[in-house]
Design a binder for this molecule. Structure first.
Ligand code: IFM
Length: 411
């Protein structure tokens, strides 16, 4: 086990649509109302108004970094009309982090887009890159002193969603898939693998990322990167060649697009097997999480190693966590994941920080049941209830990881 570097960032992440509430001008808000079986995001965690309390909880626990997003649908409610009031709102968030001694890590796009953007063809429209670049230029005004900016969250998942949306619109698929929700350990059917995104859908995202990077570089001091949803693929016997193919379309295309970036975000939750036919649907297992994935804290090490080998860029773990109602399990998972992270550092990977997903229980893209948070949120009073895992992670952070990487005491 290797010690964590000096100045390592220890924090937690959230996204706007999942926590703010009433993101009424976004494509996700529109979608929630149309698709049967989807929970509504509604007031979400009301973090739009309570972000100060959220950040104080994080800082008081001992964490020193907070990843949050700015919501394009609020900042540009109509094409070309930018809201100065909303930009000021997000500037207040950035300032609140600084005032608490917390490093802000800001995401420009976390799955949700303005409704008008989606109605005009979304990421498949010919002017999508230009639209996003204009938004990035407006956002740059409030980001001048933010040290870490993520242009697009999980572009590979976003490409998959865009592909599904196109198939849904054209009638090729009849149902919009929402994540599978399962009771822990009681899954009775394998969780089907998500469809592999065609890189045709990834290409405009890569272009948008590069264009936004240039704008942000010229107007801010931020390190610029994007954050990839790592699948930690492993080959079953006979699946070695297929793994390379699947991993190219799911991950490597997006990792290669980081060429010229300042860092890359690693987001990792579980691992998946690939055999000669492709991704193997994950079977029912008593250890499965609330979203039906395998309990695989080692996925973080696999994801970091592959990202480091492919990009050689500084890495920020921008998401890692578990959907569970058992907070002790969250601590066990995270402790183990951090051990794998520390081993990867020991093997040479340049990892600069760890941001847990998520600070708060939040809206999991269609469902409220899967709880990823270090803090529970009452859905009617919005009262925050920190879980023991928050205290635990804060203690690890105060000791710069010694409790998990080896040291005088263990937690
Ligand atoms: O909640 C999501 C997040 O928005 C993107 N990464 C994965 C998380 C858990 O599914």
């Amino acid at each position: 086990m290797t010690e964590f570097p000096k100045g390592f960032l220890w924090g937690a992440s959230t996204s706007p649509h999942q926590t703010e509430g009433n993101n009424v001008n976004s494509d996700w808000w529109a979608r929630e109302g149309l698709i049967p079986g989807m929970d509504l995001s509604g007031d979400a965690d009301d973090s739009y108004h309570r972000f100060g309390e959220d950040m104080r909880l994080l800082a008081n626990a001992g964490l020193n970094a907070y990843r949050f997003g700015i919501e394009w649908a609020r900042i540009e409610p109509r094409p070309g009309q930018f809201s100065l009031a909303e930009l000021s709102h997000y500037r207040r968030m950035i300032q609140s982090a600084f005032d608490l001694g917390v490093t802000p890590v800001v995401t420009l796009h976390h799955f949700s887009s303005p409704r008008w953007f989606a109605e005009q063809g979304g990421w498949s429209a010919p002017d999508a890159v230009d639209r996003f670049t204009k938004f990035a230029a407006a956002a740059a005004e409030i980001l001048h002193d933010v040290p870490w900016v993520i242009t697009i969250n999980e572009p590979n998942m976003l490409a998959m969603m865009t592909m599904m949306e196109d198939a849904f619109r054209s009638g090729q698929v009849k149902e919009w898939q929402t994540p599978t929700i399962q009771e822990e350990g009681i899954a009775d059917a394998p969780v089907m693998a998500l469809p592999t995104p065609s890189t045709e859908y990834g290409a405009p995202l890569a272009e948008a990322h590069h264009a936004a990077r240039e704008i942000l570089r010229s107007r801010t001091d931020a390190r610029i990167g994007w954050s990839v949803a790592n699948q930690a693929f492993l080959a079953s016997p006979g699946g070695e060649a297929k793994l390379l193919e699947v991993r190219h379309d799911w991950e490597d295309f997006y990792l290669d697009a980081t060429s010229g970036d300042d860092f890359v975000g690693v987001q990792s939750y579980s691992s998946q097997q690939v055999d000669a036919n492709g991704i193997v649907p994950h079977p029912p297992h008593p250890d499965n999480t609330l979203v039906g994935t395998a309990f695989r804290p080692d996925a973080l090490g696999i994801a970091i190693r592959h990202t480091w080998e492919r990009t050689r860029l500084p890495i920020l773990v921008t998401e890692n966590g578990i959907a569970t109602s058992d907070d002790e399990r969250r601590v066990s998972y995270t402790r183990e994941a951090l051990r794998h992270l520390s081993n990867a550092i020991g093997e040479g990977a340049d990892v600069r920080g760890y941001l847990h997903w998520s600070l708060l229980d939040n809206y999991e893209w269609g469902h409220w049941a899967p709880t990823f948070g270090l803090v529970a949120v009452d859905r009617t009073t919005f009262a925050r209830a920190p879980k023991p895992s928050l205290t635990w992670l804060g203690d690890v952070a105060r000791a710069n990881g010694k409790p998990v990487a080896g040291g005088e005491r263990s937690i």
